[in-house]
Design a protein around this ligand. Sequence first.
Ligand code: PEP
Ligand code: MN
Length: 338
Amino acid sequence: MVVVLEKNITDKQFENIVKHLEDFGFAVHKSTGVEQVVLGAIGVKPDFDIRKVKILDGVAEVYKITEPFKLASRSFRKENTEIKIKDVVVGGNEVVVMAGPCAVESEEQIFTIAEIVSKTGAKILRGGAFKPRTSPYSFQGLGEEGLKMLRKAGDKFNLLVITEVMESNQIPLIEEYTDIFQIGARNMQNFGLLRDLGKTSKPIMLKRGLAATVEDWLMSAEYILSNGNKEVMLCERGIRTFETYTRNTFDLSAIPVVHKRSHLPVVADPSHATGLRDKVLPMARAAIAAGADALMVEVHHDPEKALSDGPQSLLPDQFEELMKQVKLIAEVIGRRIN
Ligand code: PEP
Ligand code: MN
């Protein structure tokens, strides 16, 4: 249930409304928008008579949300959520570009790539230190050493950093180094991890699961939001279909679908979505045209030797070309890429 408050509500009226909702058995979450303050009352009670809330002083409107996700829903928050991380805003007018290798491999590698992507206009450096690999015999990441290298490279080239957290017991360590937690596709429904990350205070990028519907994905975001962390961005990275000519099938339509249903920013990852470097540029253009708030792209200066995802990593000059082209597309739809 969503409770829209009157504009000039007093503190006393506010407290009274919250108390009533809690007494009725709801968990109350507040959302302060530019236009209005809204309370999300969570706790499924199909037969609850909403007039009990409508009559309270200071309540402007009450309505039931039929979608199973509440805090992630557009009905709970009309304005887009803007996530501010230092001087970067994800979800505003600017389309933010995150780029870097699949995995941090060495200090030399991450510094070389950080310099390239920062010069070319990326704002956030990506790189995995804990890698979710299909085979236990594949490179699993450098762990804490990798986190240190990523952080140093980010600081040197004035880039924020994002890296994947695979297990709850890694949270305190990764939190020391990263600006944004990444939840990988394979962990989208690891509910214990979602809950634990919901208790942290750093922004989270939640990748769409390999076979997740948009509703599954938003319900996973709901786990994080309902545990307290309101800074969630959703990343479309392709889903499994019967098609084999690409690694995954990039669900571009998920971008406007999520924007309609949810206030959370959407990131598009054409690298994992296609798995092939020559498909990344056209799909990045399409993602920006479809309204993505940020792009995540894998870049490597020597992809032949990359320890993971070399075939989908852009060469530096391809990344430069991508930035040129997506800037033009962004302008056409009234957005910008700095
Ligand atoms: C990654 O970003 O390197 C990654 C493993 O992505 P995904 O979880 O989307 O497969
Ligand atoms: Mn990768």
